[in-house]
Design a protein around this ligand. Structure first.
Ligand code: NAD
Ligand code: UDP
Length: 342
């Protein structure tokens, strides 16, 4: 199949591009590089010996979208492009609605103009909101996330549902990611956030290579076994393979119409202190940390029920916490400054 991947130069997008090429799909990447570079794409080309056509453009730019849709007949679109920093979204909400919601509408409109019906969207566990009971199930209603970022994911899921109701040809899949971490096992691809990392694993890995002095553990008094938050961490290559599974599922079910949501997680809650211990064991490097105040908006504990993806897509997370930590460390130690050296 020929697939347009928006945001394909980013963290999850680049790993998914690799997984798509490994399954012999053709890939065109569309990315404005506001949070990425072309280096991972060059590395994927070197790893696979396959060409990736790259369009530098913004999903809100109608002419740029028409250029890429005019140049290719796509079987499907996988839509990663978005702004994703939860904290920043409270400071710059309009930028988040502009890129994540308006940008997604522009993309769906371009698909409509060019008769492309199959759409896979990067959603998030945050759509279940603050009041949902764990483990999260797809049959639960969309909630009220505390951040503008989370609200954009709920809105795009609503837009997909409304568009599907009005356009019987549309075939949408929302993949609700839990906490993707890790890196490709080669050490060639990984997560390379600009500035100070917001997420746990990039921050921890930068402490381990000496770029930062210590990790602040946000909150030690949550009602969990060790007082720190529980999350459902999954390997980014498992997540990438969730996208190829969804793509193949759509292709294998030509009668499928409307939208379908799937949780992509392992089904297990792991604490921040568990993560630190697992990382230290895998890397052999001690990670200095201190317990700091809670971070605003953090939930104590959530994890997935991922049975639906297993039953319908035949997808299950295969890589364990040890592998996630080994791969994080391989990536960070081989690329201490991320992609920026090239
Ligand atoms: P990322 O920032 O590494 O990737 C996003 C990519 O989109 C970047 O390459 C960026 O340059 C590009 N982009 C941003 N705005 C754009 C625009 N207007 N036009 C074109 N390209 C644009 O982030 P990621 O972690 O790979 O996340 C990918 C998707 O998954 C996002 O939609 C994110 O909200 C979602 N998601 C991520 C996580 C996570 O923990 N990383 C969890 C749940 C959902
Ligand atoms: N966390 C932390 N220190 C950090 C970054 C994150 O203790 O520097 C914690 C955070 O409070 C949460 C977990 O690690 O309990 C995962 O946070 P992350 O931002 O990676 O993902 P989230 O679940 O918020 O999307």
């Amino acid at each position: 199949m020929k697939v347009l991947v928006t945001g394909g130069a980013g963290y999850i997008g680049s790993h998914t591009v690799l997984a798509l090429l490994q399954q012999d799909h053709q890939v065109v990447v569309f990315d404005n590089l506001c949070n990425a570079s072309e280096v991972p794409l060059a590395r994927i080309e070197a790893m696979t010996g396959k060409h990736i056509e790259f369009f530098r453009g913004d999903i809100r730019d109608v002419a740029a979208l028409d250029a890429v849709f005019g140049a290719h007949q796509f079987d499907a679109v996988i839509h990663f492009a978005a702004l994703k920093a939860v904290g920043e979204s409270t400071q710059k909400p309009l930028a988040y609605y502009q890129t994540n919601v308006h940008g997604s509408v522009c993309l769906l409109e371009a698909m409509q103009r060019h008769q492309v019906t199959d759409f896979i969207f990067s959603s998030s566990a945050t759509v279940y909101g603050e009041l949902a009971i764990v483990p999260y199930l797809e049959s639960m209603p969309l909630g009220s996330p505390s951040s503008p970022y989370g609200a954009t994911k709920v809105m795009v899921e609503r837009i997909m549902a409304d568009y599907a109701a009005a356009n019987p040809e549309f075939r949408g899949v929302s993949l609700r990611y839990f906490n993707p971490i890790g890196a490709h096992e080669s050490g060639n691809l990984g997560e390379d956030p600009k500035g100070i990392p917001n997420n746990l694993l990039p921050y921890l890995a930068q402490v381990a290579v000496g770029r930062r002095t210590h990790l602040s553990v946000f909150g030690g008094d949550y009602p969990t076994q060790d007082g720190t938050c529980l999350r459902d961490y999954l390997h980014v290559m498992d997540l990438a393979e969730g996208h190829t599974a969804a793509l193949n599922w759509l292709a294998d079910h030509p009668q499928q119409r409307g939208i379908e949501a799937f949780n992509l997680g392992t089904g297990q809650g792991v604490s921040v202190l568990d993560i630190i211990a697992a990382f230290e064991q895998a890397s052999g490097v001690p990670v200095p940390y201190e317990i700091a105040p809670r971070r605003a908006g953090d939930l104590a504990a959530f994890w997935a029920n991922a049975d639906k993806a297993s039953t319908m897509l035949g997808w299950q997370a295969k890589r364990n916490l040890t592998q996630m930590m080994h791969d994080t460390w391989r990536w960070q130690s081989q690329n201490p400054s991320g992609y920026s050296e090239e």
